[in-house]
Design a protein around this ligand. Structure first.
Ligand SMILES: [Zn+2]
Length: 218
């Protein structure tokens, strides 16, 4: 599972305690080529092919709702990744824990939900605290894999902040695994990616993981 970004994947049976969530503004823009009418017709075809009765009152509007629900979940929010000069010379870890993650697994188009812990070691620039949740949301609102989401958030922070180190841990439950297939309800998939000092220094990485509350090899 490891690659050049020291990404690791492991599955835990125990769900960690829920952590505080951040409130966020949402400015959404639809996916590049959303054709809601075609999506609605296709949803009706899918439901009919699955043998579901669409004639009744209860499901008559379901194809339209399905099309809109998927379009909303796939609408990538726009945001500016505002950074500020690190005038105080703060050089310790900045970590935002428990950022909500809601995404769609690209293999089944079923949701996976959980939390992200995002941290970095500042150099010359610091990031507005609200932007941590925004960057997670930006990459979550699309057909995704948890591994790619973790890596994209890490790379974006590295690219925009040029910090001394970046660490991202995502813990999520995949409904494609808990509601079907092996039906492993409660199983959580943990992915992580590290750059810079947090990748190279095992003590710094261990401190990061201890602060996130995620058990993992240091
Ligand atoms: Zn899946």
């Amino acid at each position: 599972m490891s690659d050049q970004n020291a990404q690791r994947v492991l599955t835990e049976a125990e769900a960690p305690e829920a952590r505080p969530v951040l409130s966020r503004l949402r400015v959404m823009r639809p996916p590049a080529e959303t054709d809601l009418e075609a999506a609605e017709a296709a949803a009706a075809d899918l439901l009919a092919a699955l043998g579901l009765p669409l004639g009744g009152e209860g499901m008559a509007e379901t194809p339209r709702r399905m099309a809109h629900a998927y379009a909303e979940m796939l609408a990538v929010p726009s945001f500016d990744m505002t950074t500020f000069p690190n005038t105080e010379g703060y050089d310790e870890l900045v970590l935002v824990k428990g950022i909500p993650v809601r995404s769609l697994c690209e293999h089944h188009m079923l949701p996976f939900t959980g939390v992200a812990h995002v941290g970095y070691l500042p150099a010359d620039r610091i990031l507005g605290l609200s932007k941590f949740a925004r960057v997670v949301d930006f990459f979550a609102h699309r057909a995704q894999t948890q591994e790619r989401l973790t890596k994209q958030v890490t790379e974006k922070l590295q690219e925009r902040l040029a910090p001394r180190g970046v660490g991202v841990v995502v813990e999520a439950e995949h409904t494609c695994m808990s509601l079907r297939g092996v039906r492993a309800a409660g199983a959580r998939t943990v992915t992580s990616a590290f750059f810079g000092h947090l990748r190279e220094d095992s003590a710094a990485r261990a401190e990061f993981l201890a602060l996130t509350g995620v058990r993992g090899e240091a």
